[in-house]
Design a protein around this ligand. Structure first.
Ligand SMILES: Cc1cc2nc3c(=O)[nH]c(=O)nc-3n(C[C@H](O)[C@H](O)[C@H](O)COP(=O)(O)O)c2cc1C
Length: 159
C-alpha cells in the first residue's frame, strides 16, 4: 500500500543532519533501516536516510503527530549526536517519497558518479548548520548582555 493512498490529516516533513557517535558499518546502518521498515509503515511515516561516513541526513514525512513523536525518539538515539534540524514543513502537502518506509543511500556502498557530490554537499550542509548554531548562540548572548547594559544605564540615569 502506498502511504499517500491513506486518508491523511495535517502532514509534517522534517529534514535533519547528524553525526554518528562511533564509526557506523553497513551492519549498523542495516539495523537502523530494519527498525525503520518495521515501525514506519504503521505510523504512515516515509522518508530517506543518506549516510556519508560519519554524517547522516534524514527526511521524515507523515502525519504531523507521528513525525513529531518519531523525531523526538530519533533525537535521543545514542547512536548519533549533534542532531541539527534543517527544516520543518507542516500542512497539506504531497509526499516527496510516498513509496519508501525508509529508503537508504549509503555512499560507502555506491559507485554511482551521480552521487559523487552528495558526500561533499552533506558535509557542507552539516558544517554550515554548526556555524549557524554557534552564531545564533553568540547573537543571543550579546543581545542578552546588551539588554542588561541598557537596563543598568536606565537605572543609573534614574538615580
Ligand atoms: C539516524 C537514525 C535514523 C533513524 N530513523 C528511524 C526511523 O525512521 N524510524 C524508526 O522507527 N526508528 C528510527 N531510528 C531508530 C530510533 O531512534 C529508535 O531506536 C527506534 O525507533 C526504537 O524502536 P522500538 O521502539 O521499536 O525499539 C533511527 C535512528 C537513527 C540513529
Amino acid at each position: 500500500m502506498r502511504c499517500c493512498d491513506l486518508n491523511e490529516g495535517p502532514m509534517k516533513r522534517i529534514r535533519y543532519v547528524s553525526h554518528f557517535s562511533s564509526p557506523m558499518g553497513g551492519q549498523e546502518i542495516d539495523e537502523i533501516v530494519k527498525i525503520s521498515e518495521r515501525n514506519n509503515p504503521s505510523r504512515e511515516v516515509t522518508g530517506i536516510l543518506v549516510v556519508a561516513g560519519q554524517v547522516c541526513f534524514q527526511l521524515l514525512e507523515g502525519p504531523s503527530a507521528e513525525v513529531t513523536a518519531l523525531y523526538k525518539k530519533i533525537e535521543c538515539d545514542p547512536r548519533h549526536d549533534r542532531v541539527l534540524m534543517l527544516s520543518v514543513e507542516e500542512g497539506d502537502f504531497e509526499r516527496l517519497c510516498p513509496d519508501w518506509a525508509m529508503a537508504r543511500l549509503d555512499l560507502a556502498q555506491s559507485s554511482s558518479a551521480h552521487l559523487a557530490p552528495v558526500r561533499s554537499l552533506l558535509e557542507v550542509v552539516f558544517a554550515q548548520r554548526e556555524i549557524l548554531d554557534g552564531a545564533v548562540q553568540a547573537l543571543e548572548e550579546f543581545t542578552w548582555q546588551g539588554l542588561m547594559d541598557a537596563q543598568m544605564d536606565a537605572a543609573g540615569q534614574d538615580v
